[in-house]
Design a protein around this ligand. Structure first.
Ligand code: FE2
Length: 299
């Protein structure tokens, strides 16, 4: 199977230092040494050399997801699958691979215009303890968490990730339109080759920030609660109250991180030990309880 997990994400921020400070003070992430001279902030969640790359730029936006492949062989196979499917793939050069702390990586676009990176051979692991008494983030072989990205070219994008990138289907969630006159909302959840219920979700609408949300999972309910207090103290807007999702059973809340990046912090996400016995679900309700939305009114 293709992708092992979500290994890193790249964000562009006008003020990377401010985002790094937020990540440390609110989330409990750590700082890694910088790997370039462009002011990029590298953030850690676990033993991996880094999980978030915050790059200096003109805008605040999500740039790319970086997916881990299990080996050089799996990486090369992934490139040939994409090339056979007539997807334009670019191999990253040595300098850019170094910036990502990997032996090799390649990139392409999905049909909705999201930048996809995949790599093999990550630099060696180093000990790490998160801040704020968080024992550890639920990461390791399950990757840094999950992400939901905009996929207005819905059918083609689903096909791209399931057929070309090797993701498995977890849940196909349909929700009523968010306003009258709009089509129904759909979030298509997929898993990589690890127990996390979903690593990637595709939402059938565009998003100005380039991402719907990123998720970090902690190991206890109290750690979620303490984080919620820190989010409030930092004056960040919580856009979904505490609640439990019905598909991955995660108890979580959502808020806007600096730069308008949707962020979910959760606990107790479902893990599937044997995907061969799993039957993908189709659901019409996102939550067992909670997750009351409070979206800021735009315009
Ligand atoms: Fe989520």
């Amino acid at each position: 199977m293709g992708v092992s997990n979500l290994g890193y994400v790249r964000l562009e921020m006008q003020d990377p230092a401010a985002w790094a400070k937020f990540a440390k003070d609110v989330l409990g992430f750590g700082m890694a040494k910088s790997r370039d001279r462009q002011g990029t902030k590298y953030l850690r969640m676990d033993k991996a050399p880094f999980r978030y790359m915050i790059e200096k730029g003109e805008t605040d936006r999500f740039i790319a997801a970086g997916y881990e492949m299990s080996s050089k062989k799996a990486f090369e196979e992934q490139i040939s699958i994409l090339e056979k499917a007539k997807v334009a793939v670019t191999r990253g050069d040595e300098k850019e691979a170094k910036r990502r702390a990997v032996k090799g990586f390649a990139s392409c676009m999905d049909p909705s215009g999201n930048l996809v990176e995949f790599y093999y051979g990550r630099d060696k692991q180093e000990p790490f303890t998160p801040g704020h008494g968080i024992k550890s983030f639920m990461t390791g072989k399950m990757g840094l968490g999950h992400l939901v990205i905009p996929a207005p070219e819905n059918k083609e994008t689903i096909k791209f990730y399931t057929k070309n990138m090797g993701f498995g289907v977890s849940d196909d969630l349909s929700l009523p339109p968010f306003a009258e006159g709009f089509p129904k909302q759909r979030i298509y959840f997929m898993h990589a080759d690890n127990p996390r219920h979903h690593t990637l979700g595709l939402y059938n609408f565009p998003s100005p920030s380039g991402v719907i949300h990123l998720m970090a999972e902690v190991g206890s309910m109290d750690e979620v609660g303490y984080c919620m207090d820190r989010v409030k103290a930092a004056g960040l807007h919580i856009f979904a109250s505490l609640g439990r999702h019905s598909n991955d059973e995660m108890v979580s809340f959502y808020f806007f991180a600096p730069g308008g990046i949707g962020f979910e912090v959760g606990y107790d996400g479902k893990q599937i030990k044997d995907w061969s016995k799993f039957k993908p679900t189709k659901t019409t309700s996102g939550d067992y309880w909670g997750h009351e939305y409070d979206m800021p009114v735009v315009g």
